[in-house]
Structures are given as structure tokens and as C-alpha cells.
Ligand binder design. Structure first.
Ligand code: VGL
Ligand code: ZN
Length: 210
């Protein structure tokens, strides 16, 4: 079991990101048993939950005449317009029922302000507003963040990059993630992750590393 300097960050394993969900990530459900196996190897597990108000500005439906997967400009810059997803309190926003999370200590809910999206678990899309997660982890003596969940190229990548920026060692557990892959987003994410020094391992390799 990985000790107190390690945390497993489980990103957005929610119904709306599963096949059939509002913003389905292809094969997103395949990660659930892998994440469960991984989580059993960690003393410290933190979850994130995408948690938008119904009038959130990342939703195409809240911009007249705009379609999902187009981009627009918000106060902080470019924003992809998504199908409405993970609306606060809905079944789509709930964590996947098969996720074994009784031992998770903290759930970070993000994207809850109408005007600002938050792919990252650490810093909102305005790139200024902290969620408090870095401070929480530093205060508990965590030095290494292991990332998994959905989607590789959005919320997982942004969280991993921000964890690096906050001074943590970061490992992305590749087979415990699945991607949206919109217009080359996965390739771009890997380039940024590699450049930032984010390590990649399989779940099996991750668990084998004491
Ligand atoms: C995500 C798009 C919009 C994610 C969340 O979890 O990767 N992607 N909201
Ligand atoms: Zn979202």
C-alpha cells in the first residue's frame, strides 16, 4: 500500500462521461475496475467531480446558435462548448455506481461557478482561482500525485500539469484513463505532459512500485 507521501487522484468518474452519458468518453466505463484495483493500493485517495450549474457557460445550450464541440471566447480565453453535462445534483453528475470509493477522503467539486470552467482539480480555467487542493496535499506531506480518470486529454491532463506546477511528482496511470480526443487534443496533451515531466505507467506497474 502506498504511504502518506502518495495520493491517488481519481478524476471525474461520473455517469455523464460514461458510454450513453451526456458527454460520453469512448470506453470510459472500462476504467472503473482498474481504478478500483489501483485505489486499493493507496492509503490516500482524493476524487474530483465535475459539478456545473444548469446555466454554465461551458454548455453550448447556453450560447444561442452554437453547437457542442465548437469553441468560443469567455473572459479568460478560449473555451470549448460542451453538451450540457454533470449538472449539480443530477444522476449524470453522480459518481459511477461501480466506483469503490468508501476510502476516499476528499471530493473536490469543480466548475460550479457559472462563468468559469475548471478542467483541473487544482486551478480553475481562469488560471487564477485555486481549488485549495495543492495546499491540502502539501499540508499533509504528499509529494507524489498519481492521476487517473476521465478524460485523459482534458480534466486528467490539466490536473496532472497543475500538480507538476504546484511542485508535486506526477504519474499518470495510462490504462486507468480514457480520452475524448477532440481535434488532436490527446496528442497535444501527451506533448504537454511529456514536456512537463509527467511520468506514465500502467496500473500494474504503478501497483508494483512499492
Ligand atoms: C471534462 C470536458 C468538460 C473532463 C469535464 O472531465 O475531462 N471534459 N468537462
Ligand atoms: Zn465539465
Amino acid at each position: 500500500m502506498k504511504g502518506p507521501e502518495n495520493v491517488l487522484l481519481v478524476v471525474d468518474v461520473q455517469n455523464d462521461f460514461m458510454p450513453g452519458g451526456a458527454l460520453a468518453v469512448p470506453h470510459g466505463d472500462e476504467i472503473v475496475p482498474i481504478v478500483n484495483r489501483l485505489a486499493a493500493g493507496f492509503e490516500h485517495v482524493v476524487l474530483t467531480q465535475d459539478w456545473h450549474p444548469h446555466d454554465h457557460l461551458s454548455f453550448a445550450t447556453n450560447h444561442a446558435g452554437r453547437q457542442p464541440f465548437e469553441t468560443t471566447t469567455l473572459s479568460y480565453g478560449e473555451q470549448v462548448l460542451w453538451p450540457a453535462h454533470c449538472v449539480q445534483g443530477t444522476a449524470g453528475a453522480a459518481l459511477h455506481a461501480g466506483l469503490e470509493v468508501v476510502r476516499a477522503r476528499l471530493v473536490i467539486r469543480k466548475g460550479y461557478r457559472r462563468e468559469v470552467d475548471s478542467y483541473s482539480a487544482f486551478v480553475e480555467a481562469d488560471r487564477k482561482t485555486s481549488t485549495g487542493l495543492a495546499g491540502y496535499l502539501h499540508e499533509l506531506g504528499v509529494t507524489r500525485v498519481w492521476c487517473c480518470g476521465l478524460a485523459t486529454d482534458y480534466c486528467v491532463a490539466w490536473s496532472a500539469l497543475d500538480a507538476r506546477a504546484a511542485g508535486f511528482e506526477v504519474v499518470l496511470v495510462e490504462d486507468a484513463c480514457r480520452a475524448i480526443d477532440l481535434d488532436g487534443s490527446l496528442e497535444r496533451a501527451w506533448q504537454q505532459l511529456d514536456a512537463a515531466g509527467v511520468a506514465r505507467l500502467s496500473a500494474e506497474q504503478a501497483l508494483a512500485r512499492g
